[in-house]
Ligand binder design. Sequence first.
Ligand SMILES: [Fe+2]
Length: 215
Amino acid sequence: MDFATDIHSHILFGIDDGARDLEESIGMLKAAKKAGLETIVATPHFRSSRFPADIAQNHLAKVREQAEPLGITILMGYEVHVNALADIGIENANQYCTENSHNLLLEFSYNTPPPHEERLISMMQRQGIQVIIAHPERYQVVQKDLARAKYWVDMGCELQLDALCLLQGRFSKERKCAEKLLQNDLIHHVASDAHSIADYEDYLKALEKFPRSSK
Ligand SMILES: [Fe+2]
């Protein structure tokens, strides 16, 4: 696993429920640096075609300017909610891949089974997209039965764990599910899904849960 790259972060300010302003983005960059990160994919929530693309590009430039002296590369990406695919048209999905890649970070609703996800995933794969499913440990269908996660991996998807869930109490459903996913080698990416400076500080603590050999 690549612990120097964070493929899921709400570091772009003023777009979603992540960083509120440039100052908070800068604080997140500094905390990310301490956590050993060299590359961060900015993945604001993409939940409908009303996404403020112009503002995102403007804020991306400002965050990049601050990241450069710290030696951190910022790539543009999105956390695409499955329901937004209908809105943008599945044939346009490749526009929402992470910059310079074919990776698309896909999010489902937490408490409802993903609707027709096999068909949507197959359609994206036929366009050459590598589907990465965000935080499988949060979905009730996976918490109840790991088979769904295995099925996604068998389909060719990659799975991304939110590291911070490993700091939750030992009765947490998310943490238990995350531990099982890791034990079963179903996780391809560990990311922060950071929304704040504190999240990156916790990310550093969460990374300590991984054996040194896997770093
Ligand atoms: Fe997220």
